[in-house]
Design a protein around this ligand. Structure first.
Ligand SMILES: [Zn+2]
Length: 367
C-alpha cells in the first residue's frame, strides 16, 4: 500500500529494552521502548547535529586545563583517591583544599561546584567527585588504559562506604559527560560520582525501572546473555539476537549495540560475572572495562562517521545497585543530544538505524 503510510521493505519495529521493561498486573508492559524506523532516513538531529563552534584542533588546546593544573599541584583541591589508594574522607571537617602534586595515573577530587555543600553544623547529603586521568585526553578512545585507571580511582573512593559509618547506607552513581552537548564544562576527560548518604537518597525513574525489571524475572538476564550461547527469547518474548549486535566478547565483558537503543548507536557493556557495583571488580577486570568503554566510544564514532557525521559527545552511565538485592551491573555508552518530542512525553526513542546495521558497519570495517 503506497501513500501516506509508504511501502517499505523494512517496516518500523518497536522494541522494549529488556533490562528496564516488565509486565505489570500480568499484562501491561512498562519500561522503555525504542522504535527502529529506518524509513525515517537521516533525521537532522541524528546525522547532522548543529555543528559546534570550533574545530578538532581547538578542542585539543592544552592551555586551559584546570584538572591537570590540580594534578600538577598548581591549583588547590580536595583529593579523595587515586588509582592506587584512598587518600582521605572529604566529610572530615579538618579536610580543606590544598595544592598537592599527585603522583598517579588517575585521581578523584571533590567537585568544586557541588550540588551538595557542607557547613560547620550539618553533614552534607553526600559529596560529588570528579575523576580524571593525569594525562591530557578528551575522548575514551584516545587512551583505553587511562579509563581503567579512572575506574580504579572511583573504586578506591567508594571504599569510604566501608570506613565511615555515616556512609554505610550510601549509594553511588557514576557517569561521564563528554563534550559540550552532554554538559561537560572542561576539556579534559572526566567522570563524576555522586555519593548519596542513606538518609537523603535520590530516587529516580531510570534506576527504578532497571531494578523493577530485574526483580520481575526469575533469572538474571545479564548472566544469561553472558553465557556463550546467549538466550533465544527474553521475558518479554523478544528475540534478542545478540550475535548480530555484539562487537566484543572478552574474558570479563561483552560489548554490543543495545537491542532497544536509548539513543541511536547506544552501546551496552555487560560484565560476565554477576557484579552489582564497581567496588566488586578486581583490578584486572577494571582494566578490561576501561578497554570496553574506549571500544564503545570508538564504535559510536566510527559508525556515525560512516553514516556521514561523527558523533563526538558521549554520555556514559554506570548502572549499579547498592541495595541488598543486587541487580547485574550494566554500563551504557551513548551519543548525547537533547531529549525532545515524544521522548519527553514517555520513555520512548526513535532511531533511524538499527543496532544490527550499526554492528555490521563496525564489524565489516574494523575487524
Ligand atoms: Zn547476573
Amino acid at each position: 500500500m503506497e501513500g501516506l503510510f509508504g511501502n517499505y521493505t523494512t517496516p518500523p519495529e518497536i522494541r522494549l529494552d529488556p533490562f528496564q521493561s516488565f509486565f505489570e498486573n500480568g499484562t501491561v508492559i512498562a519500561g522503555f521502548s525504542a522504535a527502529i524506523a529506518s524509513p525515517r532516513g537521516n533525521r537532522p538531529r541524528e546525522i547532522s547535529p548543529v555543528r559546534k563552534r570550533g574545530n578538532e584542533e581547538e578542542k585539543k588546546v592544552t592551555a586551559d586545563n584546570l584538572l591537570l593544573d590540580i594534578a600538577n599541584g598548581k591549583e588547590p583541591a580536595i583529593v579523595v583517591s587515586t588509582d592506587d589508594h584512598l587518600v582521605q574522607n572529604p566529610l572530615d571537617p579538618t579536610v580543606v583544599p590544598k595544592k598537592i602534586k599527585v603522583n598517579a595515573k588517575a585521581i578523584s577530587i571533590v567537585n568544586k561546584y557541588p550540588i551538595f555543600s557542607r557547613n560547620r553544623k550539618n553533614l552534607p547529603y553526600g559529596f560529588m567527585l570528579v575523576t580524571f586521568p593525569t594525562t591530557q585526553m578528551y575522548y575514551p578512545r584516545e587512551n583505553p588504559t587511562a579509563i581503567g585507571f579512572m575506574m580504579k580511582s572511583i573504586k578506591n573512593a567508594i571504599e569510604l562506604r566501608n570506613n565511615d559509618a555515616s556512609l554505610a547506607r550510601s549509594k553511588a552513581i557514576s557517569f561521564f559527560n563528554i563534550g559540550p552537548n552532554s554538559g561537560a564544562s572542561l576539556k579534559q576527560l572526566h567522570a563524576q560520582t555522586y555519593i548519596w548518604r542513606g538518609d537523603r537518597e535520590i530516587v529516580g525513574r531510570d534506576s527504578y525501572l532497571f531494578k523493577k525489571a530485574y526483580n520481575s524475572m526469575n533469572h538474571c538476564l545479564g548472566c544469561l546473555l553472558s553465557q556463550p550461547t546467549g538466550i533465544e527469547k527474553d521475558h518479554l518474548n523478544q528475540s534478542l539476537h545478540l550475535k548480530k549486535r555484539i562487537i566484543y566478547d572478552g574474558r570479563f565483558f561483552k560489548v554490543f549495540f543495545a537491542y532497544a537503543p536509548l539513543r541511536m548507536l547506544h552501546v551496552r557493556i555487560i560484565p560476565k560475572r554477576h557484579i552489582a557495583t564497581i567496588s566488586q571488580f578486581e583490578d584486572e577486570e577494571l582494566v578490561e572495562l576501561g578497554n570496553c568503554i574506549a571500544l564503545a566510544d570508538d564504535a559510536i564514532f566510527y559508525v556515525s562517521s560512516s553514516l556521514g557525521y561523527p558523533f563526538q559527545d558521549r554520555s556514559i552511565a554506570l548502572r549499579e545497585d547498592y541495595e541488598e538485592q543486587q541487580m547485574h551491573m550494566l554500563i551504557d555508552v551513548l551519543p548525547s543530544w537533547p531529549l525532545g518530542g515524544a521522548e519527553l512525553v514517555t520513555s520512548l526513542t526513535i532511531v533511524s538505524r538499527s543496532p544490527e546495521e550499526a554492528s555490521k558497519i563496525f564489524s565489516d570495517n574494523k575487524q
